[in-house]
Design a binder for this molecule. Structure first.
Ligand code: AMP
Length: 220
């Protein structure tokens, strides 16, 4: 059971991927989170990723692909993975297909969360993230119960350095230039399901679960 969540920065991929992964007992693999962790640990990968992330650019494919392949070869990934923020280029999508095939697996579905550009800019402006568990919040639409503190783990909330207005605009340009091509790629393979990403977090989650129903959702 392998699922890709596709969508622009701010579409709600991270929030929804975390919830659906928990519900379906899948590994939540978020490449942005892995790069931020590497930065916090001060590794070479972290330093390299930082220079691209600050500019709103994509980290080179070879680096990103090898990080993902390493993660999916771990035993816990055998039960299935939700890919959040990966793939972001055709080369990454092809590498993922190849790796899954080599492991005797397949990509089952791609959920494309669609949100208008105006809404994306609004959402990214007020976003806060937990430093410990990466849970996302929003000043207006999903504020934490206690200002500055994560509801789940009590961790400190911070604003991502790449959520500044100028970098957000660059990230959206990058998305429309590179990642949006994947909508075509996955439509052609018959794996893409489009889900409206506007509205309440629970409503969107419900739409995603409906889109997955029948295919994977087994009664627990
Ligand atoms: P995200 O947390 O998914 O918004 O990602 C934050 C940043 O990490 C992006 O703007 C990119 O610089 C980098 N990044 C995350 N995922 C990828 C990927 N699949 N390919 C290349 N760069 C990525």
């Amino acid at each position: 059971m392998n699922i890709v969540f596709l969508g622009a920065p701010g579409a709600g991929k991270g929030t929804q991927a975390a919830r659906v992964a928990e519900e379906l007992k899948l590994v939540h693999l978020a490449t942005g989170d892995l790069f931020r962790q590497a930065q916090a640990q001060g590794t070479r990968l972290g330093l390299l990723a930082k220079s691209y992330m600050e500019r709103g650019a994509l980290v080179p494919d070879e680096v990103t692909i090898s990080m993902v392949l390493e993660r999916i070869s771990a035993p816990d990934a055998k039960g299935g993975v939700i890919f959040d923020g990966f793939p972001r280029s055709l080369k990454q999508a092809e590498a993922l297909d190849k790796a899954l095939t080599e492991q005797g697996e397949t990509l089952d579905r791609v959920i494309y969360i669609k949100v208008s550009e105006g809404e994306l800019l609004k959402r990214l402006g007020g976003r806060w993230i937990c430093r410990q568990c990466q849970a996302p919040y929003h000043e207006v639409s999903s504020p934490p119960k206690v200002a500055g503190k994560c509801d789940r783990c009590g961790g400190e909330l911070y604003q991502r350095p790449d959520d500044t207005e100028a970098t957000v605009k660059k990230r959206l340009v990058t998305y429309f230039a590179e990642t949006a091509l994947l909508i075509d790629y996955y439509t052609r393979s018959g794996k893409l399901t489009e889900v409206a990403g506007e509205g309440d977090v629970d409503e969107v989650r419900e739409r995603i679960m409906q889109a997955l129903k029948g295919e994977f959702v087994r009664p627990r």
